[in-house]
Every structure is written in structure tokens, then in C-alpha cells.
Design a binder for this molecule. Structure first.
Ligand SMILES: CCCCCCC/C=C/C(=O)SCCNC(=O)CCNC(=O)[C@H](O)C(C)(C)COP(=O)(O)OP(=O)(O)OC[C@H]1O[C@@H](n2cnc3c(N)ncnc32)[C@H](O)[C@@H]1OP(=O)(O)O
Length: 718
């Protein structure tokens, strides 16, 4: 795991633990032995620590967290480096993160290639640097930079790290050769003063000012997360306490965080995000299917979704034909793209250079002929089967045979759309979430005839455009909207029965959702849900009236229709479930007129308002969604609960510190979740989403641990 060799007067400790040289137990043992050996070796006058392969150690081995820790701890290894009688040089390439940066900061010198990145991402795992990083970084960079870097987990490019004082030299050419030269040079220099513990934290007298600014910032930016606050506290102690006391304070905070549910959930989410990249479908998988190259693209439809999707492609440097049916719609799409780009530059999310390049890559057009040679098309027209089929029939005639044809549908079965073409194997769903340029989930959907090659192409495209792609099998509503349906219906049923929209939203926001379901409805538009309900009724061959209490055999609430009838469409009209300060306003306040609409709705239908507890609000929304999640697993719409959790985190901004709805259910205990679902099945009849799921029942009865759930998933799709 750590190869020891001597080159002239320099010992080289090469960490060899692919893929990221994580500092697992064997690596820590290897480093300890290597330092001890180098210190004793009479040929040796300095020591290099370097990573083999693609990177310097990218951190502790996260898989060891939560298991009994095995000595030597990272801190002990670091202390050996720090007190070594010979200077130690960290030679950095790739990603020097977490425990890797701890090792580098214990070393006496740090050199790095310019492509390297350094950082303390522990906070993203619900932790803080636990081997003294919070005490040593501030001694190099000062308090504000250390507080920001550690509480954000940001990866800092080598040149910036040099400016901060973290890196001593940026080097070029072969890293090992340069490091050997550097290590020889430093042999004659005194190096005891290089040990960071003896440095004084700059501007320590301003700690109160810096800490309160940092705390205000993290509480706003990372609302609900415990670790960022603890990170600031730990760095703060580097200025307020002695080094030893600061180390103890950091350790206490680290252990506290490590035992919290948040750390467990965030670490689960880290691996879940990687698990979903290992997709499988009938006839292929990430291992066997090769993606086709995507060098040029087209987006059909320049509305809000189409323009947002175009921004994603353009930002990744892909040329985009933006196709519309008339000049007016086309120009409004182009303007929207320009304004999204300008906004992203202003927020620092996109560089001016990227925005300028995007402008040259955008090709607005009214002609299907222009897109005949593109590698991939994404259709983003109105959510209507007939319109989509018309578009796909045209694409089938015009596009080159190898082109991948994607549909940005949020609900419609891919098989129904692909039937309009002679090449269903090339048709695949790419469901973006609004706003498309911001939300990270890309729900990719395969139909019965979609080829693994087409899937591999859109899974790769997702990564290219900086999304988190999750693969699901086609069905009505797919994964995300199928689960969102009961979640969102229950919210409105709760108000029908007696809760206020504010009470429902509050429960959701207290749980960690960034916005309650009624604020979301106001944002997306009450007119939109009104129209979707009409589409559903049309498909069912029925219509919605004031008397409608059931739709397709399921409970239906017409409250949304009453708001629509009053012209209250949400933010866009300045009022909806809430009142806003102006048309397009963002500040939601309770509105007596809205309350009046709700009251008269109840009266006209003879509903007696009742008091509903926060617990009932929570359970009815989240447990109904979880029940649907198990149904989705049972049907093989996805392969593993991780796919569901990642979809919620990146599609609906579910709080990562809770892991996702399925992980959350595992923490509550499946038997309890199942019992409550049975309770609501009895007390809230007329909703199919309360029929207790069989897979959930089986897993609950057999007390199957979370890691085994995937083994019980339908294998029909493999
Ligand atoms: C009192 C006790 C004191 C103890 C103090 C201990 C203090 C130290 C704490 C830490 O170091 S916490 C860890 C900090 N490091 C990180 O968080 C980095 C996590 N990794 C990444 O961000 C990325 O993996 C990367 C390094 C930027 C590389 O990205 P890339 O896209 O190239 O690869 P991935 O697909 O993400 O990963 C490949 C493969 O490697 C696994 N993996 C990555 N990092 C770790 C890790 N730190 N531990 C274990 N495994 C890791 C990852 O899961 C992938 O595995 P597979 O999916 O291929 O199986």
C-alpha cells in the first residue's frame, strides 16, 4: 500500500491504493512504517510522500467510518511526520483532500502541479477535519479563508492554494523528478520552524468578527446542516485556544458530528451518488454498453424547459440548434437563454468566457433541415402525446440514422412516443427538472425497445453537462413524478380536511425541504396544475366539474381549481395560495382571501374542518411517497433504493442530511412505517397510494437491512 524506496539521499513513500489512494488502515500503517524507516535509514536526508496513479491521497477511507477504528490513527501518523528528524515533502497531484491534506499540512513542505486541487471536503460528509486540519489551516491562510474552505468543502486549485499559502511551490514536468530535486535542496535548510503548530494564527484578535460573519453565512447557505457550523467553531478555537486545547476541541466536535444521524446520511448519499452510475437494463449495463459520441445537439422547443436545457448543453461547450415553430417563440427563447447566462455570470456560476463561447455555439433555427446531422436531439415541447408524436415522426424522417432522439417528458411512457418512429431503439427519455439549468437530477428513461447504447449515451451526456443521471424504466410518471404524486396530493387533501397551506409548508420546511408544497405550487403555477389535471381527465375520457370528488377512481380535490377560477395562478399573478409583494414577487405571506376560498370550498362540500397535527401532515406526505417508492422498486422501475434517494435529493432538493426518503424509512424502521401506512389506508380510503405495498410488508416483517433491499427488487428488467 505504501512502497518505500531510496533515490540518492531521498526516501520516497509512494502511496499505492487505487483508485484514490484513500488513507485506509493499511496505508496508515505503511506511512507510519515508511516514516520510521526513513528516519532511521542512514542514506536518507529527506523524505517525499507522493501518490501513485491519478492522485495524492484524496482522504480517509470513508468505508471505514462507523466501524471500530484501527490504530494508527491519522493524527498519530501526522505527528510522526511533524516530529521527524528529516524534512518531509508532500508532492501533490490530482486531489489532495481531507486526510490527504492533513498529511500534507503535517509535512514540512508542499509542492504541487498546477492541475492539483486541495481541500477539506469532510463537511460534505457531515464531518470536519479530524486530524488537526482546522487548527493548522488557519495558521497558514488566516481565519476567513480557513473558515470558508472548511465549512464549504470547496476544492481549491493549486494556484489559488499557493496564494493562500497552502502550497509552497507550483512545479511542472515529472512530479517525482521535481520532488526529488526539491527534497535534496531542502536538506541543508533548517526546517523545524516549518512545523505549523508553532505558527501564530494571523489576526487572531479579530476572531469574533470573522466567526460571526462566517456563522451568518453558513446558517443561510447550509440551512439545517450541523457540520458547517461546527467547522466554523473548530477553526475559531485555533485562534482562541492553545494548539493542544484546539486539537482537543476539534476532536470533540469531530466525534460529536460522527455520531450524528446527519453524518451517517451524508456518507450514505456520497456512496449512493456513485452507486447510481452503475446502471443496468435488459441487455446491457454501464460495463457493456458504449456511449456514442455527442459533438452536436438540437433542442426542439424554446420554452422555459427547452431554453434551460439549451443552457446546460451550451455551458458544457456543446453546439446547440434551438428549433421553434415561429420567429416570435424562437426570439423569446434566445432572450431567455441570454438572460439565464447573464444571471449565471453575475452569480459567479459561469465564467464570462463560457458565456461568450455559449453565445457562439447557439444556433437558433426554424428549419428541421438544419438539424439533420446532429448527434443528439432533445425534444422539449408541450407535455402532450399527440404533439410529441408529431415531433418524433418529423425527427425520424430528418435525422441521421445514428442520432439519439431524446424526449424531455415528465410523465408520458417512452414507448408511446417512440412508436411514432421507425427507430425506437434510438429513443430515450431525458427528464430535466425545473429550472433545468439549476437542478442537478437528470432522470433518464428507457422504453422496451431503447438500446443500451442510447442509454449509455444519455448517461454520459448527464455527466458531461454536470448533472446526476439516474436510469429508470418507463412507466407513467417514471420515478420522481410517481412518488411526487401522492406527496403533493396529500398536501392538498390535508388542507381540504382542515390544515392551512402555511401549516403544511411549515412541516416540510422544518424537515429540511427548501420550500413547502404550496410555495412550490405558487412557483410552478396553479394554471399549470389546472391544465395537467384536465389532460389527465381527457386521457381518462372524463371531465372535471365542481362536483368532481374522484378522478380515475382516486380521491380528487378541486381546491386548486377554485384558486385557478379566481385568477390566482401563484407568483406570476402576485397571488395564489399566498399573497406576494408584487406580480412575480418572491415573499409569500398568508392571505385572508385565500383562507376564504378554502373555507367556502369546505362549506360547499359539507367538510367540517378538523385540527391536523404536524405528525399527521408529515406522515401523510412522506409515508405515502415512501409506499409508492417501494411499489416502484417492486415493479423494477429502478434497481436500488439509492436511485430513489438520489432522485429526491437532486430533483426535489430533499435534505441530503436525511439521506433520502428510502434511507429515512430505514432509519425510522420499516415496521413502523408500514404500520402507519396501514393506519392511513384505514383512515384515508379512496386513495390507491395508501394500499400498503407488499415489498415493504415483506422487508418489514423479515427485518431486512437496508443494504439487502436491492436483492428483493424485481429482476424482470435484467
Ligand atoms: C479521531 C480520529 C481522527 C480521524 C480523522 C480523519 C480525518 C479525515 C477525514 C477524511 O479524509 S474524510 C474524506 C475526505 N475526502 C473526500 O471526501 C473525497 C471523496 N472523494 C471524492 O470527492 C472523489 O471521489 C474524488 C477524489 C474527487 C475523485 O472523483 P472521481 O469522479 O474521479 O471518482 P469517484 O467516482 O468519485 O470515485 C472513484 C471510486 O473511489 C471511491 N472513493 C472515492 N473517495 C473515497 C474515499 N475517501 N474513501 C473510500 N472510497 C472512496 C468511490 O466510492 C468510487 O468507488 P466505486 O464507486 O468505483 O466503487
Amino acid at each position: 500500500m505504501v512502497d518505500y524506496s531510496v533515490n540518492g539521499s531521498v526516501a520516497v513513500l509512494m502511496v499505492n491504493n487505487p483508485p484514490v489512494n484513500a488513507l485506509g488502515h493499511a496505508v496508515r500503517v505503511g506511512l507510519k512504517t515508511g516514516i520510521e524507516r526513513g528516519a532511521k535509514d542512514s542514506r536518507v536526508r529527506s523524505i517525499i510522500i507522493i501518490g501513485k496513479g491519478q492522485t495524492f491521497p484524496a482522504g480517509a477511507d470513508i468505508r471505514e467510518f462507523g466501524k471500530p477504528s484501527k490504530e494508527p490513527w491519522l493524527t498519530a501518523v501526522g505527528n510522526l511526520i511533524k516530529t521527524c528528524s528529516k524534512p518531509v515533502v508532500a508532492a501533490i497531484h490530482g486531489t489532495c483532500l481531507g486526510g490527504g491534506l492533513e498529511i500534507a499540512l503535517f509535512s514540512h513542505y508542499r509542492i504541487a502541479v498546477s492541475s492539483a486541487r486541495v481541500g477539506f471536503p469532510e463537511v460534505t460528509l457531515g464531518l470536519l477535519p479530524g486530524a488537526g486540519g482546522s487548527q493548522r489551516l488557519s495558521r497558514l491562510t488566516g481565519l476567513p479563508v480557513a473558515m470558508e474552505m472548511i465549512s464549504s468543502g470547496r476544492h481549491v486549485p493549486a494556484r489559488k492554494a499557493k496564494e493562500y499559502g497552502i502550497i509552497d511551490e507550483i512545479v511542472s514536468g515529472d512530479l517525482l523528478k521535481t520532488a526529488l530535486k526539491f527534497a535534496q535542496e531542502v536538506q541543508s535548510r533548517p526546517f523545524k520552524d516549518r512545523c505549523l503548530r508553532y505558527k501564530v494564527v494571523p489576526n487572531a484578535d479579530r476572531v469574533e468578527e470573522y466567526a460571526s460573519a462566517a456563522l451568518t453565512q453558513v446558517k443561510k447557505k447550509y440551512k439545517g446542516f450541523e457540520a458547517p457550523v461546527a467547522c466554523v467553531q473548530a477553526v475559531r478555537s485555533s485562534a482562541e485556544l492553545s494548539y493542544e486545547e484546539g486539537m482537543k476541541r476539534e476532536r470533540d466536535l469531530f466525534l460529536q458530528l460522527g455520531q450524528s444521524g446527519q453524518a451517517k446520511a451524508q456518507q450514505y448519499a456520497f456512496f449512493a451518488e456513485r452507486a447510481v452510475t452503475k446502471w443496468q437494463m435488459p441487455g446491457g449495463s454501464y460495463k457493456t454498453a458504449k456511449p456514442l459520441p455527442v459533438r452536436s445537439t438540437a433542442v426542439i422547443g424554446a420554452g422555459t424547459m427547452g431554453s434551460g436545457i439549451a443552457v446546460c448543453l451550451l455551458s458544457a461547450g456543446l453546439p446547440v440548434y434551438l428549433l421553434e415553430q415561429n420567429e416570435k417563440f424562437l426570439q423569446s427563447g434566445v432572450k431567455l437563454i441570454e438572460s439565464i447566462m447573464a444571471g449565471s455570470v453575475k452569480l459567479g456560476k459561469v465564467s464570462m468566457e463560457t458565456a461568450k463561447r455559449a453565445a457562439t455555439l447557439l444556433k437558433p433555427t426554424l428549419s428541421y433541415d438544419d438539424i439533420k446531422d446532429v448527434d443528439l436531439v432533445i425534444e422539449a415541447v408541450f407535455e402532450n402525446l399527440d404533439i410529441k408524436k408529431e415531433v418524433f415522426s418529423k425527427l425520424d424522417k430528418i435525422c441521421k440514422p445514428s442520432a439519439i432522439l431524446c424526449t424531455n417528458t415528465s410523465t408520458i411512457d417512452i414507448n408511446r412516443i417512440s412508436s411514432a418512429t421507425s427507430r425506437p431503439e434510438k429513443v430515450v427519455g431525458t427528464h430535466f427538472f425545473a429550472p433545468a439549468y439549476h437542478m442537478k437530477l437528470l432522470e433518464n428513461i428507457y422504453g422496451t425497445k431503447t438500446s443500451p447504447e442510447a442509454v449509455a449515451t444519455v448517461m454520459k451526456l448527464g455527466k458531461t453537462i454536470n448533472k446526476v443521471p439516474v436510469l429508470v424504466k418507463s412507466c407513467h410518471g417514471f420515478l420522481a413524478n410517481r412518488m411526487n404524486a401522492p406527496f403533493s396530493s396529500e398536501a392538498i387533501f390535508l388542507v381540504e380536511e382542515g390544515a392551512s397551506p402555511q401549516e403544511v409548508d411549515q412541516v416540510n420546511e422544518d424537515f429540511g425541504m427548501p420550500m413547502g408544497p404550496f410555495k412550490v405550487r405558487d412557483l410552478s403555477g396553479i394554471d399549470i396544475s389546472w391544465r395537467i389535471n384536465r389532460e389527465v381527465a381527457k386521457v381518462l375520457g372524463t371531465s372535471i366539474t365542481k362536483e368532481t370528488r374522484f378522478l380515475g377512481g382516486n380521491r380528487y380535490c378541486g381546491l386548486n381549481d377554485d384558486f385557478y377560477d379566481k385568477g390566482r395562478y401563484g407568483r406570476k399573478t402576485g397571488k395564489g395560495w399566498y399573497l406576494y409583494e408584487k406580480v412575480g414577487g418572491k415573499t409569500a405571506v398568508a392571505d385572508p382571501e385565500a383562507e376564504e376560498i378554502i373555507n367556502s370550498y369546505r362549506q360547499s362540500r359539507g367538510i367540517v374542518k378538523r385540527k391536523i397535527t404536524p405528525q399527521e401532515i408529515f406522515e401523510r406526505q412522506f409515508y405515502s411517497a415512501i409506499n409508492e417508492g417501494f411499489r416502484i422498486l417492486e415493479e423494477g422501475i429502478c434497481n436500488m433504493p439509492e436511485e430513489i434517494d438520489i432522485s429526491w435529493i437532486y430533483g426535489f432538493s430533499y435534505p441530503k442530511y436525511r439521506g433520502g426518503p428510502m434511507f429515512y424509512a430505514s432509519q425510522i424502521g420499516l415496521q413502523r412505517v408500514y404500520d402507519r401506512i396501514c393506519h392511513y389506508h384505514e383512515t384515508c380510503p379512496y386513495s390507491i397510494h395508501w394500499v400498503p405495498n407488499r415489498l415493504l410488508k415483506k422487508l418489514a416483517e423479515n427485518n431486512v437491512p437496508f443494504t439487502q433491499w436491492a436483492n428483493h427488487v424485481s429482476k424482470s428488467k435484467m
